[in-house]
Write a protein that binds this ligand. Structure first.
Ligand code: ADP
Length: 411
């Protein structure tokens, strides 16, 4: 029997999230998270599906290498070790693939060099992703490893959507363009939305609203992305948990010249101290809703600003697509916050958009329609599954060549 397991690794700057999937049915054999890597209070939380329960380890884990070794040990304890012949490949989430990586790619030294070359446009993410890849390759040099890029789905955007209105020579020199992120989620959710409508992805135009702590919208025509709200970095677009999203770029000059702030201070303000958190001190939508219910004006204003921006993007993408078949809400807020979904489409009946209050209030796990029966545009809740998408893309690439040296070893 050929190997059927894929380990998905998502290496952040101080965390590693992982899932081991069985590709015969997409089931999770094990899932886990190592957080606060490099601190005294690191924590590894590991769950084995087959009766192993959840185990937790607390105490310092010095670096990504130690973290991955600890993960490998936990998997080993459950009989799911990295040296298992059942393991077909490791799929890595890589945030920035620039214009170069338009598809999932088997990792070799040249691929690593290219991911490294993209560090200037993804200084927070690509170094951590690279560390994860290098460590995993050291542990299993013979195993195919695949990079799945957050930007890849958006490389189909036409130049008119991908370019900023600045001198192309300057833009090209510094690789400034709109790359977009959350692509794995937008790809998965747009496909699942088509499936929910009983159609092929090629037949439908979908607006995907990925509303998590980070948030982005995309316009997907016939399965191909034609616009998305994040840009050179994940800062552009919607109001997010701690990021401002769109603002007049002159705000930055103003903060520097008049406010005397350094570039690093402005970067921190806009990426970490803005959005819902900057507006009202909370970035969790549950807490914001609770405060609104208690009459908190600041929370209400934060919510209104969040919704106003979301509506603007829905309207814009209706215009970009011309014909819209569905609007899909996904990620933590999109899947769980009925008031956000209701408010986002309120008053958009002219665009064919509405939610049925009863359907919207239902809490369920799977994809579901929340628009009234017979509505011109379907409004749907479609849970995202980035790990499954990464595993599927990885397996599709290497599943037929398990255990080979297919790009997995050092050349
Ligand atoms: P990310 O992957 O970007 O960190 P998620 O997609 O997991 O984020 O979304 C996290 C956010 O989802 C939380 O910050 C919170 O605002 C929101 N969220 C989660 N559960 C609920 C809920 N039941 N109701 C409203 N919002 C929720």
């Amino acid at each position: 029997m050929s190997p059927s397991r894929v380990l998905v690794l998502n290496s952040g700057s101080s965390s590693v999230k992982y899932q081991l999937l069985d590709m015969r049915d997409g089931s999770r054999l094990a899932t886990g998270l190592v957080e606060r890597i490099g601190e005294q209070t690191s924590r590894l939380k590991h769950t084995c599906a087959a009766g192993g329960g959840t185990r937790e380890q607390n105490g310092p884990i010095a670096d990504h290498e130690a973290a991955l070794k600890a993960v490998a040990d936990e998997l080993e304890r459950d009989g799911l070790g990295l040296d298992s012949p059942e393991l077909a490949a490791i799929g890595h989430r890589v945030v920035h693939g620039g214009m170069f990586f338009t598809e999932p790619t088997v990792i070799d030294d040249a691929v690593l060099t290219e991911i490294e070359r993209l560090i200037p446009v993804a200084p927070l993410h690509n170094p951590a992703n690279l560390t994860g890849i290098r460590t995993a390759r050291a542990l299993r040099p013979d195993l195919p490893q695949v990079a799945v890029f957050d930007t890849a789905f958006h490389t189909t955007m036409p130049e008119a959507a991908a370019r900023y209105a600045i001198d192309p020579k300057v833009a090209d020199r510094y690789r400034i363009r709109r790359y977009g992120f959350h692509g794995t989620s937008h790809a998965y959710v747009s496909r699942e939305t088509a499936r929910l409508l009983g159609k092929a992805p090629e037949e439908v135009n979908v607006i995907v609203l990925h509303l998590g702590n980070g948030a982005s919208a995309s316009a997907v025509r016939g399965g191909r992305c034609v616009d998305t709200s994040m840009g050179l970095t994940p800062l552009e677009g919607l109001v997010m948990g701690t990021r401002s999203g769109d603002l007049d770029p002159a705000v930055i000059f103003h903060l520097a010249r008049v406010g005397g702030m350094s570039m690093d201070e402005i970067d921190t303000l806009l990426n970490k101290g803005s959005g819902l958190f900057g507006l009202c001190g909370d970035n969790d939508m549950r807490e914001i809703r609770r405060r609104i219910d208690e009459g908190d004006e600041q929370a209400k204003l934060a919510f209104d600003i969040y919704i106003h921006r979301l509506k603007k993007y829905i309207g814009a993408y209706c215009a970009v697509l011309g014909r819209v078949d569905a609007v899909a809400f996904t990620a933590g807020v999109g899947e769980n916050a009925a008031p956000v979904r209701e408010a986002a489409v309120a008053g958009l009946e002219g665009l064919g958009l509405a939610v049925d209050p009863e359907a919207n209030a239902v809490r369920a796990d799977g994809p579901r329609l929340i628009s009234p029966t017979g509505a011109r545009v379907a409004v749907a809740v479609v849970p995202t599954d980035e790990e499954l998408e990464i595993a599927e893309q990885t397996y599709a690439l290497v599943g037929s060549k398990p255990g080979s040296n297919h790009g997995g070893a050092d050349e």
